[in-house]
Design a protein around this ligand. Sequence first.
Ligand code: ADP
Length: 871
Amino acid sequence: MAQYHEIKRAHPGCLLFFRMGDFYELFFADAVAAAPALDIALTKRGRHDGADIPMCGVPVHTADAYLAKLIRAGFKVAICEQIEDPAEARRRGNRGPVKRAVVRVVTAGTLTEDGLLDARRHNYLAGVAEAAGELGLAWLDLSTGAFSLAPAVEHTLAADLARLMPGEILVPERLLARPALFEVFGDWKAALTPLANPRFDSEAARRRLEGFYGVKALDGFGQFSRAEIAAAGALVDYVALTQQTGAPHLAPPQRVAPDTVMQIDAATRRNLELVTTLSGERRGSLLATIDRTLTGPGARLLAEHLAAPLTVPEAIAARHDGVQFFLDRVEARAALRERLRLVPDIERALTRLTLGRGGPRDLAALRDALGETAAIRSVLAQPGLVPLPALLGRAERGLGEHGVLVKRLGRALSAELPLFARDGGFVASGYLPELDQLRELRDDSRRAIAALQARYAEASGVASLRIRHNNVIGYYVEVSAAALERLGAGKLGPDFIHRQTMAGALRFTTIELGELESRIASAAERALALELRLFDDLVGEVAARRAEIAEAAAALAALDLAAAHAEGAAEAGWIRPEIDPEAVFEISGGRHPTVEAALAGKGGFIANDCALGDDRIWLVTGPNMAGKSTFLRQNALIAILAQIGAFVPARRARIGVVDRLFSRVGAADDLARGRSTFMVEMVETAAILNQAGPRSFVILDEIGRGTATFDGLSIAWAALEHLHEVNCCRALFATHYHELTALAAKLPALACHTMRVKEWQGDVVFLHEVAPGTADRSYGIHVAKLAGLPAAVTTRAAEILEILEKGEQGGALARLADDLPLFSAAARRLTPDPTPQASPLEDLLRAIRPDDLTPREALELLYRLKSLLPD
Ligand code: ADP
């Protein structure tokens, strides 16, 4: 137990998986916490300080599944292995406990096993640091080696984290205590790993990074701020701390420059259902709808692109060129995709191998994937295909030459592979003559045992005599008690030495059997040792080529993605968008990617145009269910698709790069954070009005709905003015307050559009068509009728509506529109609020150091403070 306590003390904050034989055992508080989370029994073992020791355990060979549960439940787990063979320790005369050490700490951000990871998503470990008054953000995916960093600022940190969706975030304690970041970190509570401030020291971090990459200076990788380096260094440090069995492959850190990716805050991502729907499902999200990739790395690249659409026109065009290439070359695309289907996920296999936790199947994955690279290169080298567009050309070169390694792996590995190298049997026969001899010896001996059984059976006349094997006593001869009885005592012969008496049978051994057994055991042991040596050798060869292999993996992902976009575009008739330097947005025949897919086969989707140029803002009115939200979202999604380098669902699209995308769609209570629907709506609207600029694209759906009518109308009205005058962005503003259309006469860049409906025999028919103009009424009562409200209620509602519409309201609004205080509103925003002078009371309060006060001084201070209160 002393050994246990010592190791436990060295890993605070972790559950300790303490290896004992074939189990990982947990003790004390660990056991009490883990047993219910794992749904396993809590037992007791021995006593400590006069009390029972709570204990639970999981079998080593199924530990992954339990680990997954614990990590998902928010635990970190330190894996403590026996690092010497117990039998050997005894042989050496070692009396103490078997030597044990923690070989790895499993945390949510440092997973590498397929069973613990989603194959189609990155799992990032992120770090936030501060140095020289700036913030820096770094993130890496240990399972693939991707490593990036970027500058950060307080007010966009939440959006950055929403983009990365990290599994774990390292934060210095000092930043956690900063009030401006309370809310950001509050949203990520489950993923936070606070660490002591010195771990984020930028100088130490620089040295650590230089040491890790074996370079004299980091300049070769790019120019990084001190805060970025501090964040990146903390990550590398944490990886070393948690992965004690090897140095993982990490690509040199890549800097994501500010303003090169479209900013999309968390609410907008959620509202637009980019990776999951509002109900949390993957199906029905944009990602699921457009994903035609065939490999894990391709799918992860798509998810990464979707999280961070580009803003640099040349970079976007380069991606479009790649898609166009495969769209135009149907056969090459089909041939490439056929090969890609055979390519396993080597990014993760490579990491596991370099971290010393790979198995023979990871080597086979490399053999298969790298083997395909040659075939893929020859697909791309067909005459008529060259020269390839730049991005594909780079990928083609990145595929590299792996013939020697592939050939060696091909010869070395057998057809059926065990999960772990320690299980043996993965080296193909014919690869190592020495191994073949040992195996022959083992098999010969097995045959000899079969012959021995036949001989003993015949000699004794007991046909049911069997030679069997178990792990406790090894090989033995088993004869049923009844047969022995028939033979009479001693009839088996003097060679047979009694070992065990079972119910109904007796077990014996013989000298001959013992000799055969030890021959088998030693051949098997030597064979396994030989296989393990070869395994290490192969892993060493892989590790030596890891940069080339990682590059090939990245190249395969890039090819997969370009061909996948082309496949999707060909299937659904999507087109290449033009990226324009001006802040325009012109879509002809635009469709909503997911709604259209959902409607497939159930009546067509109605395409709609959207042209934001001189008219930057469209005010879209129309009844509920007419298709307003769909129209708004489809345009935001088209902008995203265009800027990730995909083709878009439209007949024609001309898009001026969008630097920030905002959406305020639908309403949801955020009760977990104590916010009502209306509060959520206002927080999101505030973010838009405070941040949107001339290159931003905003969609606002029904703002001001969660409060009283006049309240809501007033807020919507003022927000629309602000968007037009101050934000000057492109916007689609859907509303059922058709009173707002009065603004169109006054705001030059505002145009009114409406969802067309047809009234037919007293019912409304939604045409889902956007046309210039305004809705003359809401048709709310019609929709209520459709929904099945009792006729008495809808009839009465119609009467009330008529009275209200005749009332004073219409005239008042017309007057308000006439004397719009537009420019004064804008001017008001530009003059900063005067900074109030601090009062003497505040000065005194600020000067107080509570820890330095004696109780008497504190009391006197209270009197002074009171005396300073203004009357
Ligand atoms: P609103 O926001 O005006 O209440 P929605 O955008 O939610 O309306 O659309 C309601 C439903 O109408 C959608 O779920 C969809 O099935 C259908 N719809 C919307 N737009 C179209 C369209 N352009 N073509 C075909 N069906 C559409």
